[in-house]
Design a protein around this ligand. Structure first.
Ligand SMILES: NC(=O)C1=CN([C@@H]2O[C@H](COP(=O)(O)OP(=O)(O)OC[C@H]3O[C@@H](n4cnc5c(N)ncnc54)[C@H](O)[C@@H]3O)[C@@H](O)[C@H]2O)C=CC1
Ligand SMILES: O=C(O)CCC(=O)C(=O)O
Length: 430
C-alpha cells in the first residue's frame, strides 16, 4: 500500500535578509568599519539564477528555479550549502550567503561565503526525480562552482547523496585528468566518494561543543539539564545525540510536521528510528505526547536548540521562552527584535555563526584531505574540530567581555575585522 507523505506544518515567515543586514550594520557601526569596505560587504559579489527543465516520472517536463549567491571571496573561495525548500528565493540565498561569509571569517577559514538551492518541496518528488533535478541544476550552474572557486555542501533537504550527484555530474564535464583531482568541488560527500569521516555529525557536534564550552564557562553541569530541539534533521539529531550522551534530557521536538513532548525524556535513537520509518516525520512517536506547534518555544526547559529554519524566534514567542540558553543550530532562527527581548530578559544566545560553524569547519577538513590526498580518522577530525571551535568560542567570549556587547555582536565584530584587515593589508583601502 502506498502511504501519503505526512502533511507539513504552516508556511514560514521571511525576513532573514533584513536580520543579517541589521546584525552586520550594528557590528560595523561599533567598530567604525571603513566606509568603503562596508559598501563592499553590504552587497553580494555574484548572483546566479537559473531556470532549467527536468523530465518528471510521468513524462512531463517541469521547469525549476535554482540560485547560487556568492557574497564575498576576500578570504578564499566561496563556501556554503545548497537548500531544497519552497522558501528558497534570491533574498533567502543572499541572507544565507552573507551569514556564510561571517561564519567562515569568524572560524578563521580560508573561505568566503555563498549559499543557494532550488525552490521546491522535495517531499513531492521521487528519488529518481530529485537525482535528475540535482544533475540538471549542476549542469546549469556550470563553471560557476569549482573546487577553488565555489564549493557547495549540504543544507536543508540536501545530504551526502545530493553532493555525490553534484560531484558525479560536475566530473562528467571535466577531462579525465581533472576528474581525479577535483573531488573537493563539493563537501559533505559520502565517504566512498571522497567524503570525510565526521562531516555527517560535524554541525551537531559543534552545536553541542559550543553549549558545553558555555556550560563550563558558567560552571554549569549539563547532566540532567532539559533541552528542546526544533528540527530533527542532520543538525537537530546530532545535537540531541551528543547532548543526550552528556546526560542532558530531550523533552520536546518539533519538525516540519508537528511537535511532540515528554517531560520524562525522549530517547534520541528511538525517535530517529521512528522518524526514518515514518518518512522523516516525528509525528505519532509512541514515546511522547503530541503538542500544539504554538506551545513549543514556551515549554519549560533549560536549553532551546532551534535547528530548522530562519525567523522562528519572533516577538510573538520571545517573551514566552523559558530556556536560559538558546543555541542556534539553524541559520538566522532569531529575529533582531526577538533577540532584544531575550537579552533584556537575561536569556543567553549562542549565535549561529559560532554555534553551527562545526559544519563548515568539518567541510574545510574534507576539502583539505581531498586537496592533499590524505585520509584522516574520525578521532583526528573530531579533535581538530574541537580545537578550532574552542578557539572561536574563547575569542567570542573575550570580545563580548572587552566590548561589553552580546555574543552575536562580538562574533560579527571578529568576523568583520578579519575581512577589514584582509582588504587593508592588500592595499585596497588604507
Ligand atoms: N547541514 C549542515 O551541515 C548545516 C546546517 N545548518 C543549518 O541548520 C538548519 C537545519 O539544517 P539540516 O539539519 O541540515 O536540515 P535537514 O533537512 O537535515 O533537517 C531539517 C529539519 O527541520 C525540520 N523543519 C523544516 N521546516 C520546519 C518548520 N517550519 N518547523 C519546524 N521544523 C521544521 C524538518 O522536518 C527537519 O527535521 C538549517 O537552518 C541549516 O541552514 C547550519 C550549518 C551547517
Ligand atoms: O559545510 C559547508 O560548506 C557549509 C554548511 C552551511 O551551509 C552552513 O554552515 O550554513
Amino acid at each position: 500500500m502506498v502511504t501519503e507523505a505526512p502533511k507539513q506544518k504552516v508556511q514560514l515567515k521571511q525576513g532573514m535578509l533584513d536580520n543579517v543586514m541589521r546584525q552586520f550594520s550594528n557590528a560595523a557601526a561599533i567598530i567604525g568599519l571603513n566606509s568603503n569596505i562596508r559598501k563592499i560587504l553590504e552587497v553580494t559579489n555574484n548572483e546566479i539564477l537559473v531556470h532549467f527543465p527536468v523530465r518528471m516520472d510521468n513524462g512531463e517536463v517541469e521547469i525549476f528555479t535554482g540560485y547560487r549567491v556568492q557574497h564575498n571571496n576576500a578570504l578564499g573561495p566561496y563556501k556554503g550549502g545548497l537548500r531544497y525548500h519552497p522558501t528558497v528565493d534570491i533574498d533567502a540565498a543572499r541572507a544565507l550567503a552573507m551569514w556564510m561569509t561571517w561564519k567562515t571569517s569568524l572560524a578563521g577559514l580560508p573561505y568566503g561565503g555563498a549559499k543557494g538551492g532550488i525552490q521546491l518541496d522535495p517531499s513531492k518528488y521521487s528519488l529518481a526525480e530529485l537525482e535528475r533535478i540535482t544533475r540538471r541544476f549542476t549542469y546549469a550552474l556550470g563553471d560557476n562552482i569549482g573546487p577553488e572557486l565555489d564549493i557547495p555542501a549540504p543544507d536543508v533537504n540536501t545530504n551526502s547523496q545530493t553532493m555525490a550527484w553534484i560531484l558525479d555530474t560536475y566530473m562528467s564535464t571535466k577531462s579525465p585528468a581533472e576528474r581525479s583531482t577535483n573531488t573537493h568541488v563539493v563537501t559533505g560527500k559520502p565517504i566512498g566518494a571522497g567524503g570525510s569521516e565526521g562531516r555527517d555529525r560535524a554541525t551537531g557536534y559543534g552545536v553541542f561543543l559550543t553549549i558545553k564550552f558555555w556550560a563550563e564557562h558558567n560552571g554549569i553541569d549539563l547532566k540532567g539539564k532539559r533541552f528542546i530541539v526544533q528540527g530533527f534533521g542532520n543538525v537537530g539529531y546530532w545535537t540531541a545525540y551528543f547532548l543526550e550522551n552528556e546526560g542532558a534530557i530531550l523533552t520536546a521536538v518539533q519538525d516540519a510536521y508537528g511537535t511532540i513532548h515528554n517531560d520524562n525524556g525522549i530517547s534520541v535513537e528511538n525517535l530517529l528510528a521512528y522518524s526514518k520509518a515514518n518518512k522523516g516525520s516525528i509525528v505519532g512517536f509512541a514515546g511522547a505526547e503530541p503538542l500544539d506547534n504554538g506551545e513549543f518555544f514556551a515549554l519549560d526547559c533549560d536549553i532551546c536548540v532551534p535547528a530548522a529554519l530562519g525567523n522562528q524566534i519572533t516577538v510573538e514567542n520571545a517573551t514566552k521562552i523559558k530556556a536560559a540558553l538558546i543555541a542556534e543550530g539553524a541559520n538566522g532562527p532569531t529575529d533582531v527584535e526577538a533577540e532584544e527581548i531575550l537579552l533584556q530578559r537575561g536569556v543567553e544566545i549562542l549565535p549561529d555563526i559560532l554555534c553551527n560553524s562545526g559544519g563548515v569547519i568539518g567541510s574545510y577538513f574534507e576539502w583539505l584531505q581531498n586537496r592533499s590526498g590524505e585520509i584522516w580518522q574520525l578521532e583526528e577530525v573530531m579533535a581538530k574540530l574541537e580545537k578550532k571551535l574552542r578557539e572561536s568560542f574563547t575569542r567570542v567570549m573575550e570580545t563580548s567581555k572587552k566590548r561589553g556587547v552580546d555574543k552575536r555582536t562580538a562574533a560579527f565584530i571578529i568576523a568583520i575585522q578579519r575581512l577589514e584587515d584582509a582588504y587593508v593589508q592588500r592595499g585596497i583601502f588604507p
